[in-house]
Design a protein around this ligand. Sequence first.
Ligand code: CP3
Length: 351
Amino acid sequence: MNDLFLRACRNEPTERRPVWLMRQAGRYLPEYRAVREKVDFLTLCRTPELAAEVTLQPVRRLGVDAAIIFADILLPLDAMGAGLHFAAGDGPTFDRPVRTAADVAALADPDVERELGYVFAAIGEAQRGLAALPAERSVPLIGFGGTPWTLAAYLVEGGASKHFGHLLSWSFEDPRGLAQLLRRLAEVSARYLTAQVDAGAQAIQLFDTWGGLLDAKRFRELALPALRIVVEALRDRPEWVPLIYYLNNGAHLLPELRDLPVEVLSVDWRLPLDEVRTIVGPGKVLQGNLDPTALLASPQRIEEATAELLRRGGGGGHVVNLGHGILPQTPPEHAQAFVSAVQRHALAPVG
Ligand code: CP3
């Protein structure tokens, strides 16, 4: 098996740096769109054979060094009774947004094995698919979820939002009430992510897409305690799995993350990795951080941008990735140019 990714997460020296892409299974791939022509997004998530199939698509096509299970961060919120929909072309919407203490109290406390069992079945199915690939193509499988704060951002707004007015006004008006919601989300996430590990996920990534909305003090007081509940639940397990915390738009929050007990810190492109490293110290492996729009430029430019990324990330453990999800309009050959440029860097020493 190609276990480069897991060794890099442990901060062991590796013969080259591993590479995978956030949102690597998705609409930029024609083979994904072919599956989506037949089923809607939530049906795809809830059908383990299909979810496993699209999980493997980027592994087969691009030869990335890790797979990530096909699912969505919002699925546990549906299991909590919020009523999740994805309308064609629009983002997610919830029938029952949560904006008051009574709304929090009305949320269900789901039996994750029963309500989200399809995700765990997909993980098992994807692991069988990965095991059947040629050894050098067989890669570790990442499970994932949203952080409590980022889950709350969607649940309180009732979907995607430009200004997050409901969420942020609640955070000023009644931070304790919002903290109650974050705690509920943390408890469900802890069970959901632990079950992903039990089902065969070999690493867990926590997506904090909206963490950067908060200033450092409010991040520390509101978002971090709930995040810690999730991280500590995963730490408190006999099986060691690396934890990856992804923070978008949060360069101002990096000093808050030095002591978070995760192996890997995944960052957006707004600060170069050598500067991130001086802030968070040598103890963290970094993941990232090519601007996803760079993949819309020519392969020649992509190679140049990748060389620069490898140079700036080379001062310590580095899992190469984008700084946010790959864009749907990315030509697959451009994604390939990025992955190949990293993998050709094989004999260059890390560090
Ligand atoms: O990385 C992977 O390939 C695994 C699959 C994955 C999806 N969503 C599938 C998906 C992962 C890791 C996610 C994470 C996710 N989902 C995040 C965090 C990462 C980020 O991008 O910030 C967030 C915020 C969501 C919530 C979500 N899901 C939104 C806002 C949307 C609509 C907008 C969009 O990006 O399309 C989704 C839908 C979604 N999730 C799609 C996919 C492939 C597109 C659905 C389709 O096929 O039409």
